[in-house]
Write a protein that binds this ligand. Structure first.
Ligand code: VG1
Ligand code: CO
Length: 544
């Protein structure tokens, strides 16, 4: 087999966002586009000769083709071995687990997460380092710089390999192992949770649950864990076969896109528990019977109940949340007497805290929760954590959440997304907010008084690296907050995210609809940022 060096021209738009490089499939299909970025990844790494890479993706359209290309490029660039998921399938958390378990050099994950798939949908690629987590900013920045100057890439001239049969073979001098996509991950889950107790719950004939994989990557994992290992009835997992276009759906586990599950859980004779995951399996939505758990509350509740779960029974070192995530978890940390950390959006910022043993649980408002068991957020892990708590406490999801609010107070929370806003308009809005924010202190809006306004800047407590311009925050004297930032995962125009949070300590006032509870803050946000005027949109496109 011949290794070839192919001449190429750089692309100017290969800057990784919040979680890797995401573009329309048609962009990735341009000649040399994928190859340029993969070579830019390899060129920014050091010492990978002869080392092992993990490779897999969420099964979306172009996953298989990209894997064939990356295998041949890894071989031509001198990797010693690649572990690739069967059929090219590896969820994001499973990839992280495999990197850690086998101590590999790193991994490549092919996914655009919750973005729709198919020939007209999105594709994405992300590099994870040897701790199993997303490459930190300095690494992704190096990849981007390299992509702007690259003039050639290396690839082996070789036939495509069979990804569907487990086994070992060689491409050139490089070993390839097609591995079971599920086994290592499922074993890790079994080591953290009380499977016997969860099995009793899900097979007792009374408790009913529904796990919706939205035709994305978690299907095989969910079938294996819930139906085979835990014995839940066949049919517990729905939409459990990964499809290249996710069945035409939007694999985002929220009240808007996981509507079939929502209808079941809010319908007649609803089951006790429902959950959904996203395209690449790192997000989760938790539902009780006619009850929705906000992701921010979920993080706080997992933390408050961690002692009930074998993998966490010895206590938590600390809790980290992304800045826009509600402060509910901070209250639990305070109660437990442990540290809480506020990081910029994106899982890569948790890596150092987890590696240093400073944080045990981490979470984001965007339906992401995880722990030090891997270095990614983990959808099915969160589902198992909830089931473990339910099995021990023998209460409903609603009872557990409302009791939590009674103890800690309720952080009303909502995110309003304005999608496909013209990029210039969105940038203008944020730029003017950055200018206004620091001058708002002391200003009154209705019943609220501004305590601070700034553009969030984060100094990593472990390596001292600084990340600036991570979102404009406006905090009020009663602890309420409004946060504005632009999405770093979209592929079309800009998405403005408005995050709203207020705090209600009085149990008698804790059962409002969040949109109602936050109504005044919603009006204030528009008054300060002029969202409607500047975006030209009169309401958000998605509310979660
Ligand atoms: C979004 C979420 C963020 C999450 C990121 C990746 O980023 O807000 O919390 O970490 O997606 O998640 P942004 O920049 O669009 O707000 V995933 O499941 O898409 O890998
Ligand atoms: Co995801």
């Amino acid at each position: 087999m011949v290794s070839k060096t192919i001449q190429t021209q750089p692309f100017t738009d290969q800057k990784p966002g919040t979680s890797g490089l995401r573009k329309k499939v048609s962009v990735f299909q341009k000649p040399h586009y994928l190859e340029n970025f993969v070579q830019s990844i390899f060129d920014s790494l050091q010492g990978y000769q002869g080392q092992t890479l993990v490779l897999g993706g969420d099964g979306r359209y172009y996953n298989r083709q990209a894997i064939q290309t990356i295998l041949k490029m890894a071989a031509a660039n001198g990797f010693g071995r690649v572990l690739v998921g069967q059929g090219g399938i590896l969820s994001t958390p499973a990839t992280s687990a495999i990197i850690r378990k086998y101590g590999t050099f790193g991994g490549i994950i092919l996914s655009a997460s919750h973005n729709p798939g198919g020939p007209d949908g999105d594709f994405g690629i992300k590099y994870n380092i040897d701790n199993g987590g997303p490459a930190p900013e300095k690494v992704t920045e190096a990849m981007y710089q390299r992509s702007k100057e690259i003039d050639s890439y290396k690839i082996l001239e070789a036939p495509d390999v069979n990804l569907d049969t487990l086994g070992k073979f060689n491409i050139g001098d490089m070993a390839v192992e097609v591995i079971d996509s599920v086994a290592d991950y499922a074993e890790l889950m079994q080591s953290l949770f009380d499977f016997d107790r969860i099995r009793e719950l899900v097979t007792n004939g009374q408790f009913r649950m529904c796990i919706d994989s939205l035709h994305a990557v978690t299907g095989p994992y969910a079938h294996n864990i819930f139906e085979e290992r835990l014995g839940a009835p066949q049919g517990t997992v729905t939409n459990g076969t990964p499809l290249e276009d996710f069945g035409g759906g939007h694999p985002d586990p929220n009240l808007v896109y996981a509507h079939d599950l929502v209808e079941i859980l809010f319908g007649e004779n609803a089951p006790d528990f429902g959950a959904a995951s996203d395209g690449d399996g790192d997000r989760n939505m938790i539902l009780g019977r006619r009850f929705f758990v906000t992701p921010s509350d979920s993080l706080a509740i997992l933390a408050a109940n961690a002692k009930l779960v074998p993998g966490y029974s010895s206590g938590l070192a600390g809790i980290a949340r992304s800045m826009p995530t509600s402060q509910a978890a901070d209250r639990v940390a305070k109660h437990l007497g442990i540290e809480s950390y506020e990081t910029p959006t994106g899982w890569k910022f948790f890596g150092n805290l987890l590696d240093a043993g400073r944080a045990t649980l981490c979470g984001e408002e965007s339906f992401g929760t995880g722990s030090n068991h891997i270095r990614e957020k983990d959808g099915l892990w969160a589902v198992l954590f909830w089931l473990n708590i339910l099995a021990v406490r023998q209460q409903s999801v609603e009872q557990i959440v409302t009791e939590h609010w009674q103890t800690y107070g309720r952080n009303y929370y909502s995110r309003h997304d304005y999608e496909e806003v013209d990029s210039d308009r969105a940038n203008n809005l944020i730029t003017s907010l950055r200018a206004i924010a620091p001058n708002l202190k002391g200003k009154r809006y209705g019943s609220y008084e501004v305590e601070y306004g700034d553009d969030f800047s984060y100094t990593d407590p472990i390596d001292g690296s600084i990340s600036q311009k991570q979102g404009v925050r406006i905090g009020f004297t009663d602890g309420s907050r409004i946060v504005f930032r632009l999405s770093g995962t979209g592929t079309q125009g800009a998405t403005l995210r408005l995050y709203l949070e207020s705090y209600e300590p009085d149990p008698a006032k804790q059962n409002l609809d969040p949109q109602q509870a936050l109504a005044e803050l919603i009006t204030i946000a528009d008054e300060i940022a002029q969202i409607r005027a500047l975006t030209g949109m009169d309401k958000p496109t998605v509310i979660t």
